[in-house]
Design a protein around this ligand. Structure first.
Ligand code: 13P
Ligand code: SF4
Length: 298
């Protein structure tokens, strides 16, 4: 299967981009493995004819928005992100009417239609710097309210309004104080994703995007690390740093990130399905907001 996929990839001049939460067998075949920001930046740079995104829909949409003239496909059509679905375009329009002086910062984990209404996009890797780069004192921030709380702590001079107030990722919302206590009993450092609830964030030794976790662990010592995010991240870190100890939470599984199998990937390369198609106007507006993020270099 792996040989077939590599041959198809070469024949189609395709690039395979995989998120850090993808199963290792998919990561092994990918040309690029990274966090949302790294995938967006690489999508902008590629010269491939076919872009295959192994991740969830918003990641494939971002790749398409940045490459409107290339074919972008996702091997599992129904791989969504429940967090993205918390925010609707109507919520953004209404919040803008209520807060006309606020900037609208939309997290990458959102639909293309929501991105099209943003002033600027951010990911978990650059949310703090994106918000700092804006002149506005008030920021409408969605859809992740835990990431909004993190940004508020880091940028206390601005008012961050979560949009909607309770938007969250069920995988990260599942981390509890009991998990922190269990980690403290066994020892080691806790690194958590900013989508974890604020009460977990304040107990963690570090807070980072998935790409930031790779860099943070490299810079840290040889102690065991508790990886408070989707569990595949610990597997990825074990591949990158053999011999080091990483603990995951076995129940922290993003079901949508597990929808792509090797057979799906092979079939997608062969049939060039499922293609991401978005209205050109939506893509143009969303692209401006994504490019503003990339230009901010945050
Ligand atoms: P990263 O940008 O940190 O990879 O996060 C994406 C995501 O979906 C987190 O759940
Ligand atoms: Fe969305 Fe959460 Fe899955 Fe990330 S882990 S893709 S935020 S549902």
């Amino acid at each position: 299967m792996e040989k077939e996929i590599r041959a198809l990839k070469a024949r189609k001049n395709a690039v395979i981009m995989a998120h850090n939460y993808q199963p290792l067998e998919i990561q092994r075949l990918a040309d690029v493995v990274g966090d949302s920001l790294e995938l967006a930046v690489k999508a902008k740079e590629t010269t491939a004819d076919l872009i295959v995104v192994c991740g969830v829909r918003f990641m494939a949409e971002t790749a398409k928005i940045l490459n409107p003239d290339r074919k972008v496909i996702i091997p599992a059509e129904d791989a969504g992100c429940p967090l993205a679905d918390f925010l609707t375009p109507d919520m953004i329009r209404e919040a803008r009417r209520e807060h006309p002086d606020a900037a609208v910062v939309i997290y990458a984990n959102s639909t293309a239609q929501s991105k099209a209404l943003a002033d600027i996009i951010c990911t978990s890797a650059n949310a703090v710097n994106v918000v700092r780069s804006l002149p506005n004192d008030t920021i409408l921030f969605g859809p992740d309210s835990n990431l909004a709380a993190y940004v508020q702590r880091e940028v206390p001079e601005k008012t961050i309004i979560p949009l909607p107030p309770g938007g969250h990722c069920y995988v990260h919302a599942g981390f509890t104080i009991a998990d922190v206590e269990a980690a403290r009993r066994r020892g080691g450092e806790i690194i958590c994703h900013p989508e974890c609830p604020p009460e977990i964030q304040v107990q963690a030794d570090r807070i980072a995007s998935t790409g930031g976790m790779i860099r943070g662990v490299a810079a840290g010592g040889d102690e065991p690390w508790w990886i408070f995010t989707e569990r595949e991240m610990a597997a990825r870190l074990r591949v990158l740093y053999p011999g080091r100890v990483f603990y995951e939470k076995p129940e922290a599984i993003c079901a949508d990130m597990k929808k792509i199998s090797l057979e799906d990937l092979r079939r997608a390369l062969e049939s060039e399905e499922h293609e991401i198609v978005l209205p050109p106007g939506v893509m143009d507006r969303a692209r401006r907001a994504i490019e503003r993020m990339i230009a901010a270099g945050a």
